[in-house]
Design a protein around this ligand. Structure first.
Ligand SMILES: [Zn+2]
Length: 353
């Protein structure tokens, strides 16, 4: 359906019947509003015809028809087979891709008082395979659904592209889970029971075993005698549950020739004191930055996609609320300091960061 083809089509002119009806459609002045309005009984008249399998719907306004002007103000063309539509506005002499609710005819969509011959209504219903009695509304519904189909096709293409790109990323290293627990997370604890014994022990969350301790103080910071990690003492019975601060960790991997990816994870540990030997971990991969040979970047983030309404990898920069909890303003998320997993760096040569 190209413009030239449409231009060569026969112009649908108003019939004598429409002219006669429009002349009887005498408007009344409505003075309820600040600006006076002319209220027509119907106001809008339509005709429909199918030419070369294309549906033509002509729109006429009573004010012009009543002056014997047979030319439509607007013609809507629909090619159902190719699922496209186009409008032509004779007043601005411009083509339009607008849906009917964005045209001057929008008010008739809901008033349902436009006029069309029954045969024309039937023609539109048949052409669109629509069950709406109001053919004008049926046209609008068709446009709405067509837009939806087009958008769906567009997003499907984009999402497939993103998924293919994400599928090319390598697996996480075999010891990645352990690394996140032991290196990525930097807050560790020694849990102990109150005791007067000289050979007291506590449970180190890093060692995952009992270690000797002396004179522990609840919440005091010290070092584990076995693993040497900084720890915080927690008296069992006093500590209820501990949530570590959200920490960031990065995994840098090669991904094809001279291409690499930086993956950002958010790590957090929750320890409930009644089961302090079994912490609950939350490891969330939030962002992926792909670098090409020239160090151009392409960013992805894991989030809810507005079209599919599912959580998935999305190309773009992650935005977060500027004032969490207050809504409104969004800002681009920065990058926090974090440990970088080192073993996978050997594949990257002659690169400076
Ligand atoms: Zn330890």
């Amino acid at each position: 359906m190209n413009k030239k083809e449409l231009r060569n089509m026969k112009l649908l002119e108003a019939t004598d019947e429409l002219i006669k009806l429009a002349k009887e459609d005498v408007p009344v002045r409505d003075k309820r509003y600040y600006t006076e309005q002319l209220i027509y009984q119907r106001g809008l008249y339509l005709r429909a015809e199918v030419e070369n399998n294309i549906l033509k719907v002509a729109f006429y306004l009573a004010e012009y028809l009543s002056m014997d002007c047979r030319k439509p103000v607007y013609t809507l063309y629909i090619d159902k087979k190719n699922d496209v539509f186009k409008g032509y506005d004779y007043r601005t002499k411009k083509w339009s891709d607008s849906m009917l609710d964005k045209t001057i005819f929008s008010k008739w969509l809901y008033q349902e008082n436009s006029y069309m011959k029954e045969a024309d209504t039937a023609l539109i219903q048949k052409y669109l395979e629509s069950e709406y009695d109001d053919a004008f509304y049926a046209l609008y519904v068709y446009q709405r659904e067509q837009r939806h189909r087009r958008l769906g096709m567009k997003y499907e293409k984009i999402l497939t592209n993103w998924d293919q790109c994400m599928d090319r990323l390598p697996e996480v290293p075999k010891d990645w889970l352990r690394w996140q627990k032991k290196v990525g997370l930097t807050q560790n604890f020694i849990f102990y029971h109150y005791s007067r014994r000289k050979d007291q022990t506590g449970y180190c969350s890093w060692c995952e075993s009992e270690v000797p301790i002396s004179h522990p103080h609840h919440n005091a910071v010290g070092h584990c005698p076995k693993c040497r990690h900084q720890i915080q003492y927690k008296a069992l019975g006093r500590a209820k549950s501990i949530k570590t601060k959200k920490e960031t960790a990065y995994l840098l991997q090669t991904c094809g020739k001279n291409v690499f990816v930086l993956r950002e994870f958010q790590l957090q540990m929750l320890i409930v004191s009644s089961s302090y030997k079994k912490p609950v971990y939350s490891f969330f991969e939030r962002r992926r930055i792909l670098y090409d040979e020239k160090l151009n970047t392409e960013e992805y983030y894991f989030g809810r996609h507005h079209w599919t309404k599912e959580n998935r990898w999305i190309q773009g920069k992650l935005q977060v609320p500027l004032y969490p909890g207050y809504g409104g303003y969004m800002t681009y998320e920065g990058y926090d300091m974090g440990n970088i997993y080192g073993k996978s760096l050997h594949g990257i040569k002659n690169r400076t960061f």
